[in-house]
Ligand binder design. Structure first.
Ligand code: NAD
Length: 236
């Protein structure tokens, strides 16, 4: 396919905004799509505060499995393109809805994780958050203070972290190039991000084999997979 590449040097602040489709191409199971995790598991038993309070061991077993599944997968060429751009352009940020840490595994930095990360744990009583990257299983399930630790993930019915939302809003409202990849654009507030970028004058593009709910408002839609389109769109 012949497409014109985007000259990144002509932009001051660039945001890549990624969703489940970015990781699905690496093989990370989706939640709702075909073969998705919620077809096999009832989220009410595994992915909400009530489930964790009722049966933390069961919730930890489920999340250990998510970590193991993620580790079986590897970043693809699309992740590599974003990392390469970050290496030469410090003004490239990533905002992601994914919790699997795939961008960081590709070597990316400056990743704003709207929905948290399966590679972080927190103690609600002592108020700390730590990375836990060692193995597929969380290193510890209980804090030294005796309370259960909690995966640092936004579960169903959780509020998003206000600091993270502010960071994302700031990055997106300041950017002049916004590239949305692999998101269906139905989960809020993420669904409003193309509009936010557009309202402050950014050029907005989308990469998705199936144009999203927000595709009508972007400047260009590149219909295709992230791992195929990003190397065509950016010279790295
Ligand atoms: P979604 O499942 O609603 O939509 C995925 C989108 O990706 C679809 O539009 C699909 O057409 C597109 N897509 C599929 N393959 C693609 C590819 N190779 N390249 C580009 N696009 C591709 O995902 P969402 O909008 O991110 O929302 C789902 C929610 O589930 C989010 O809240 C997210 O946090 C969560 N989630 C996270 C993970 C993860 O961490 N890997 C996985 C599943 C779901």
């Amino acid at each position: 396919m012949k497409i014109d590449s985007i000259n990144i040097d002509s932009f001051k602040q660039i945001v890549f905004f990624t969703g489940a489709g970015m990781s699905a191409e690496s093989g990370v199971p989706t939640y709702r799509g075909e073969g998705g995790v919620w077809h096999e598991y009832n989220w009410q038993e595994y992915a909400c505060q009530e489930a964790w309070e009722l049966n933390p061991e069961k919730v930890f077993d489920f999340h250990d499995l998510r970590r193991a599944e993620a580790l079986k997968c590897f970043p693809h060429k699309g992740h590599d393109v974003i990392t390469a751009l970050q290496n030469t352009h410090p003004n490239v940020l990533i905002v992601t809805q994914n919790i699997d840490g795939m961008h960081q595994r590709a070597g990316s930095e400056n990743v704003i994780e709207l929905h948290g990360s399966i590679w972080r744990i927190r103690c609600e009583k002592e108020g700390w958050v730590k990375e836990d990257l060692i193995t597929s299983n969380f290193e510890k399930r209980k804090c030294d203070c005796g309370t259960w630790l909690r995966p640092d993930i936004i579960w169903f019915s959780d509020m998003l972290n206000p600091d993270t939302v502010q960071q994302a809003n700031e990055a997106i409202s300041k950017c002049d190039l916004f590239i949305s990849i692999g998101t269906s654009g139905v989960v809020w507030p993420a669904a409003g991000y193309p509009q936010l970028a557009k309202s402050t004058g950014a050029m907005c593009v989308e990469v998705n084999p199936e144009p999203s709910e927000q595709a009508w408002m972007v400047d260009d839609v590149y219909k295709g997979k992230a791992g195929e389109m990003l190397p065509l769109l950016f010279d790295v």
